[in-house]
Design a protein around this ligand. Sequence first.
Ligand code: IDP
Ligand code: MG
Length: 149
Amino acid sequence: MQQTYIMIKPDGVQRGLIGEVILRIEKRGLKITAMKMCTLSKEFAEAHYAEHKSKDFFGSLIDFITSGPSVSMIVEGKNAVTVMRGINGATNPQEAAIGTIRGDFGLETGRNIVHASDSIESAKREIAIHFNESDHSDYMRIDEQWLYE
Ligand code: IDP
Ligand code: MG
């Protein structure tokens, strides 16, 4: 099964949306196999967003993402990377479809509540930044035989 890295960003935590995000992931049938709350250090934040280092919003992005607690998860399931990008919606919440997390709860790109890896390679890289091997829980959900044919 494919794995992806999800973060409920500090705005999502402060706005009381942890449960809402987790609810959508679980109800879709995706399986959470690791989860923790922490306030990211500058080093971890910069490693996580390394691809955006040259962008003009990089400094404010790092300040924001390290400004308070965030929730990190590994989410697993069939096509988890693409499915989670769909659950989150477009980067700019104003362009995100209704029914997506960003489309239902966000207004600005810099406060878009959730992160999801954009490819299998990114997911592997991001999971390795935020989790140790011993943080992973390998288990079966009892509904798996009804989710997959
Ligand atoms: P993604 O989160 O949908 O993958 P990316 O383009 O990878 O979007 O950008 C990473 C994050 O950087 C976004 O989620 C958003 O929080 C922030 N960001 C991207 N573009 C802008 C911008 O133009 N202004 C402010 N923040 C931005
Ligand atoms: Mg991205």
